[in-house]
Design a protein around this ligand. Structure first.
Ligand code: UDP
Length: 364
């Protein structure tokens, strides 16, 4: 298959790209490198540096690379940031996404898999959450992801798109080559490992007074490798599908508490990992766990790396082999229009005023 991965230099996208290339697919990554890393793109995949709002460029890439299907992973994805700056989220996650849909329509590419989120559900009335449950997002992040799902649905009805949206929560783990390198980092698992590595004194536990067995929040963790396999199954499923938007949750249906994550990290790393309980973080529901029965039944998805120990030990090993994250490998910055590549407006910033690049450069 000839696949375009939009946002393919980020954590979730790059690990999928790696798996697709290993399986012999032709893969093109489209990313602005604002939060993604050129070094995360494996040899064997092409990298086009460009902005998701640049529909003309997307159209060109889709045609020139004769793309069969698109995996869309480019989004702003921090709840807190979205509460502070909703416009940024609407510009990137909705307007940017629609530019991609229009480019696909113009280029005649109708197969799309979307990296969505269980944040579209808001405060769940029951867990595990099923796909048909009420969607009432409680943040601009969740609202914009849901809005884009709506756009996909209408493009399916009007233009014959065959689209799949995958809703998931917390992704963890790493491959040997690719791992998590967010700057700044806000996610629990990498922050816990940062303490284990001696880069921070303690991890903060945001609240221990929730109605859960140990008082800390429960979240649904998914290994990034299992996510890559779900992405591929979904891409394949769009092949002979009728025009529609299908929605699938991806999750463990069990969930792990924040305390369990810290304890698993202690076990895996053999380090003490001091933890301090602080007050609750705004907007955190006590339990978020998704039922992925539908994905298992209809896509044939079978997660193989569901234990916290495996996710954390893979992430720990990646940290050990990449002490400076990707940044060291990016010291030899890519050349774009004669300038060092680096910060550019695009999928992750999507502020047209910050878009210095008129065109993309195929780097590899
Ligand atoms: N969390 C925490 N300390 C941290 C970061 C996160 O206790 O330093 C908690 C957070 O309150 C939530 C869970 O860990 O209950 C997962 O948060 P994360 O930001 O990793 O992912 P989210 O669920 O927000 O997507």
């Amino acid at each position: 298959m000839r696949i375009l991965v939009v946002g393919g230099a980020g954590y979730v996208g790059s690990t999928s790209v790696e798996a697709f290339v290993e399986d012999g697919h032709h893969v093109v990554v489209y990313d602005n490198l604002t939060s993604g890393h050129a070094a995360a793109v494996v040899d064997g995949a092409k990298l086009v540096v460009g902005d998701i709002s640049d529909g003309a460029l997307l159209d060109l890439v889709l045609r020139e690379q004769r793309i069969d299907a698109v995996l869309h992973c480019a989004a702003r994805s921090l709840v807190g940031e979205s509460m502070a700056d909703p416009g940024l989220y609407y510009r990137t996650n909705v307007s940017g996404g629609v530019a991609l849909l229009e480019a696909m329509r113009s280029a005649g590419t109708s197969r799309l898999v979307y990296s969505s989120t269980a944040a579209v559900y808001g405060e769940p009335r029951r867990v595990p959450i099923a796909e048909g449950d009420r969607t009432e997002p409680i943040s601009p992040y969740g609202a914009t992801k849901l809005a884009f799902e709506g756009a996909m649905r209408w493009f399916a009805a009007a233009h014959g798109f065959r689209a799949i949206s995958l809703r998931y929560f917390n992704v963890a783990g790493a491959t040997e080559r690719n791992g998590e390198d967010h700057r700044p980092e806000t996610h629990l698992a990498p922050l816990v490992l940062r303490v284990a590595a001696g880069e921070a004194n303690h991890v903060q536990i945001f609240g221990q007074d929730y109605p859960t067995p140990d008082g800390t929040c429960i979240r649904d963790f998914l290994h990034v490798r299992d996510l890559a396999s779900a992405h591929m199954l979904a891409l394949e499923a769009t092949d002979d599908a009728e025009p529609s938007l299908e929605v699938y949750n991806l999750g463990s249906a069990a969930g792990f508490s924040v305390r369990e994550v810290v304890e698993a990290a202690r076990r895996v790393t053999g380090r003490a990992i001091p933890a301090r309980v602080v007050k609750r973080r705004l907007g955190d529901p006590p339990v978020l766990v998704a039922s992925s029965r539908r994905a298992r039944r209809e896509l044939g998805w079978q997660p193989k790396h569901s234990t916290l120990d495996e996710m954390l030990s893979d992430a720990w090993n990646w940290r050990a082999s990449h002490p400076g994250g990707y940044r060291d490998r990016e010291a030899a910055a890519i050349e774009v229009d004669g300038q060092a590549g680096g910060e550019a407006g695009g999928p992750e910033s999507s502020d047209p005023g910050q878009r210095p690049r008129p065109s993309a450069t195929v780097v590899a």
